[in-house]
Structure formats: C-alpha cells, structure tokens
Design a protein around this ligand. Structure first.
Ligand code: NDP
Length: 264
C-alpha cells in the first residue's frame, strides 16, 4: 500500500490468481479486483468456452483477466496453471484460494463414504494447501517490494458442526489451520496470510438449500437480516489485496452479517 502526499491510500496494481473465479463467490471477488484495476487470472474445471461471456464482461469493464482451466486437486494442473499465469502476468503477488465444493450428497455422519470425504478434502484442503506451498516458493524465489499475500476462503463451517456434511466442516477447519500455519511460516518472508470466512452467501452452492436458509435468516440466524452476496466477499478480499490490513497477518475476516456473534 502507498499513501499519496495527502495521506490518501494509493492501491498498487497486483497480479492476483483466484481459483474458481468464474462463478459464485469467486466471480464476485474477480469483479471487485478488476474494478480496483488489478490483473486477474482465474481458474476452474470448466473449458475456456464456458467462461467466454464472463471474460467479455471483464474486458468491457476495462479489465486485464485470463482464464486457466485447472482442477485444483490435481498437482500437474496446478503446476501448469502457475506456469501459464506467470507467462501471462508475471509471478502472482496474491493468491486467493476460493475454489471449493460441497458434498454431492448431504449424508449423515454415520453414512458418509470415503469417496466423498476424499473428494471434498482433496478440492477444499489438499489442493489449496499445496497450491499455497507452490506459490509461496515462487514468491520467495523472487523477492519483491510489492505487497504480497495469500487469502483463503474458509467458512463458518470451520466452527459450526453440520452432521450431514461433516467432510465439508473438516475441510474448512483444516483451511483455518492452514491459514495459521502459513501465516507463521511466511511472516518472515514478507507474505501475509489471511482467511476470509463467509457465512451464508447466494451462489450455486447454496441454491439447493435456499428455502432452508431463507427461513433461518428470517428467524434471526444473522444479525443483519439478509443473505450475503458474492460482492460482499469480493469487497473484503479487495481490501486485503490493497494492503490496508498489512499488519494483521493470520487474521480471520468474517463476512457473515453477524452470524457468529453469540447471543442469549
Ligand atoms: P460455487 O459452487 O458457486 O462455485 C465453486 C467454484 O469453485 C466454481 O467457480 C468452480 O468452478 C470452482 N471449483 C470447484 N471445484 C474445483 C476444482 N476441483 N478445481 C478448480 N475449481 C473448482 O460455490 P461458492 O461460490 O459458493 O463457493 C466458493 C467458496 O466459498 C468455496 O470455497 C466455499 O466453500 C466457500 N463458501 C461458500 C459459502 C456459501 O454460502 N456459498 C459459505 C462459506 C464458504 P468449476 O465448476 O468450473 O470447476
């Protein structure tokens, strides 16, 4: 972050890699980063054709964005994506680990199968953990004066137990610890690590359970009586990317309308 002579924050333009950035929360993050003038690479399992419309929208906003097909649970895909990203933009200044999945089936804890456990952990925890490792090594190999950080999109499910999607809760509890671990390891390298922890956000992931959350929000689940939108998360991420919280490594930023505030 820079300050001009009047003390106004001048946001540096960063090279940002956002996993799963073409829809849902990821798209909200990408739109906000493009609005702030950052250069953004996004990825997903979908073919490039399916994101052409979104890329055209970003180009219309005057944005510099590129899409890299990549399954974050696959080591070879991650390596190829980072090579393609650095050829297109240079090395990333910021990694946003946003890609994630819910279990295909919400099964009771006593019925959940190992295949679903492995799938959810592989995409939500193992993939982002090793992507962070790869990005951190590349950052350390090329010291930079620019503000650099890793942002993990966690979930209130790191703390809140849902017994019909235990594998998801475990994956997000793991993401919370990965944030702490990397914040400790990378502080001395000048790299901040944060977790942004959304509550209940409109996206494809929550579409199938929207009626349930409508009722819960109407009954006071959140202090602010509305769903979160992808842009709510996007603005939090953009603030972190700006370096405004550059002395707060390891912190969790809740974006949940007050869901986690304990009440009588
Ligand atoms: P969506 O299902 O709407 O979008 C998921 C995104 O992740 C898509 O862009 C998808 O792209 C990508 N993705 C999924 N699997 C992979 C993979 N293996 N490799 C690369 N990309 C992948 O979900 P949300 O936008 O709601 O979720 C985004 C993040 O926010 C997740 O980490 C989720 O756990 C978290 N979150 C969401 C909450 C909510 O209420 N919605 C609440 C708390 C946390 P593609 O299909 O092209 O692969």
């Amino acid at each position: 972050m820079n300050l001009d002579r009047e003390g106004v924050v001048m946001v540096e333009k960063s090279n940002v890699l956002v996993t799963g950035g073409a829809r849902g929360i990821g798209a909200g993050i990408v739109r906000e980063l493009i609005r702030q003038g950052h250069r953004v690479g996004l990825c997903g399992r979908s073919g490039a054709d399916s994101v052409a419309g979104f890329l055209a929208e970003l180009a219309q906003m005057g944005g510099d964005a590129a899409y890299f097909p990549c399954d974050v649970s696959c080591a070879a895909d991650r390596e190829r994506m980072l090579d393609e990203f650095s050829r297109r933009f240079g090395e990333p200044d910021v990694l946003v680990n946003n890609a994630g999945v819910a279990p295909d089936v919400r099964a009771d804890l006593l019925e959940m199968g190992e295949a679903s456990f492995d799938r959810v952990i592989g995409i939500n925890l193992r993939g982002p953990f090793f992507l962070t490792q790869q990005v951190a090594r590349r950052m350390i190999a090329r010291p930079s004066d620019r503000f650099r950080c890793i942002i993990n999109i966690g979930s209130v499910s790191a703390d809140y137990a849902s017994i019909n999607r235990g594998e998801y809760c475990l994956s997000k509890a793991g993401v919370a610890m990965a944030t702490k671990l990397f914040s400790v390891r990378l502080a001395g390298e000048g790299i901040c690590v944060y977790e942004v922890r959304p509550g209940v956000i409109h996206s494809d992931m929550t579409r199938g359970v929207a009626a349930k959350y409508d009722a819960m929000i109407a009954n006071g689940l959140t202090l602010q009586p509305r769903w979160g939108e992808p842009e709510d998360v996007g603005r939090a991420v953009a603030m972190l990317v700006s370096g405004a919280l550059g002395y707060s490594t390891g912190q969790v930023i809740n974006v949940d309308g007050g869901l986690v505030i304990e009440r009588f």
